[in-house]
Design a protein around this ligand. Structure first.
Ligand SMILES: O=P(O)(O)OC[C@H]1O[C@H](OP(=O)(O)OP(=O)(O)O)[C@H](O)[C@@H]1O
Length: 418
């Protein structure tokens, strides 16, 4: 039983909140969290938080519609703010899965360096570039300067009416971060028909700022897509690892196949560090799938091919990654591994977002088993719909981390012998 602590839950993952509270030996505090008919969130904290150490748990899976992630985020901000104005001593936002940390602040080309988004057309005024004369002279200087900024001999971009249909449909498209790999969309982002380079929003920084502005004193989360995202905050961020849980799964469930003969595979270069950490600590082999996007000729458009680095023939493959959203990364990887001779493919992930038709994709894929933790709610219907899905309970880790934060104890010690 932990004293002087308040645990509140948002609407995203009530089972997780109950489970954490059970481990801590406290009851979840009472609150009203619903919506006005206009869709605005209404929050009322019904237990006193004055002078208390408050932990607000909110996760970020996808419910029936894609809009849930943003709804849950606003809920969290409002709850934080309500506790601060209710004189809480400290408010820790507990986000088992952190939204928006996957959106890079600089969109990357998969062929190398970040795209240069610091330049725009028209360019930032400089001595060699004429300044705009103001908004009252009816001259569209945007087009004039854009034309001047084009290299000699280059074609003027087509007028708006002739733009590619895909560009016109962009506002209705449900984006994934894979869109940074889609040459058509990337070209549309880089230079639209008016010659203006679209400014890509720095959503990651904004989300960090919003949580801090709402009044969060501390963040507790797990397996951030980018570990460096912690640096976006000027409050402490504790980033837990699901690694011990995933390792235990490998040791206990793949022993019949001799887990040391299995191969840990990272489905893309971005997750290689995460996957090698597990492979190294279990003394297992490692393989990497590399997405090759370089055109072979100057005139070729970039085309994705997946390349396997490592030997998987006649072996069990364990794909390790932080998350599956549309599940296309792990299903494409599973197909390649089977083609290269893998006897069984198991995917071990921290966050099973599984949005859109991910479940159908997994069911139809070469993947034999998908193991995720419950940082994102995996309801009964989803488990029924996907017989390949297994769920590991990570709530005891969070309960222990909350207890440690409350008592000012070390969090890193949790992973010392990992
Ligand atoms: O289920 P999916 O929709 O395929 O998404 C999952 C993939 O997306 C993320 O990586 P991302 O593609 O953002 O690239 P990175 O790892 O190189 O940052 C994540 O690490 C997975 O690999």
């Amino acid at each position: 039983m932990v004293r002087n602590i308040v645990v509140l839950g948002g609407n995203s993952h009530p089972k997780f909140v109950d489970s954490v509270c059970e481990f801590l030996g406290v009851a979840p505090s009472q609150r009203v969290l619903n919506k006005f008919s206009s869709g605005e969130t209404r929050c009322e904290i019904q237990d006193s938080v004055r002078g208390k150490d408050v932990f607000i748990i909110q996760s970020f899976g996808v419910g029936a519609g894609q809009e849930h992630v943003n709804d849950y985020f606003i809920e969290l901000c409002i709850m934080i703010s309500a506790c601060k104005t209710g004189s809480a001593r400290r408010v820790t936002a507990v986000l088992p899965m952190f939204p928006y940390s996957r959106q890079p602040d600089l969109p990357y080309t998969k062929t190398g360096a970040p795209r240069d988004t610091f330049e725009s057309v028209p360019a930032t005024p400089a001595p060699s570039i004429p300044r705009t004369a103001g908004l009252t002279n009816n001259v569209d200087l945007t087009d004039a300067i854009a034309t001047k900024a084009l290299p000699k001999g280059a074609q003027t971009p087509p007028p708006q009416s002739q733009s590619h249909p895909q560009q016109q449909q962009q506002s209705h498209h449900h984006y994934t971060t894979h869109d940074y790999e889609n040459p058509t969309l990337v070209m549309a982002v880089q230079a639209n028909s008016s010659g203006y380079k679209h400014w890509v929003a720095q959503a990651g920084s904004l989300v960090a700022d919003l949580l801090t502005c709402a009044g969060a004193d501390r963040i507790l989360t797990c397996d951030l897509h980018e570990g460096t995202y912690q640096g976006f905050f000027d409050i402490p961020v504790d980033n837990l690892y699901a690694r011990p849980l995933l390792k235990r799964y490998i040791q206990q469930n793949l022993d019949n196949h001799g887990f040391r003969d299995a191969v840990i595979v990272s489905p893309d270069a971005g997750g290689a560090k995460r996957a090698t950490a597990i492979a190294d600590s279990l003394g297992m082999a490692f393989a990497l799938i590399h997405k090759e996007r370089r055109p072979t000729k100057m005139t070729d458009r970039p085309k994705a091919t997946m390349m396997l680095v490592g030997d998987v023939a006649n072996r069990v493959c364990i794909l390790v990654d932080d998350l599956a959203d549309t599940a296309s990364t792990i299903t494409r990887a599973a197909k390649l591994l089977k083609r290269e001779g893998a006897v069984r493919v198991v995917a071990l992930l921290t966050h099973g977002v599984l949005s859109g038709d991910a479940i159908a994709r997994i069911n139809a894929s070469h993947l034999d088993t998908l193991v995720v933790t419950n940082t994102v709610a995996q309801d009964h219907d989803r488990r029924l719909a996907c017989p390949k899905l297994e769920v590991l309970d990570i709530s005891p880790f969070f309960a222990e981390a909350i207890r440690r934060v409350h008592h000012g104890e070390s969090i890193s010690v949790l992973f010392q012998y990992d």
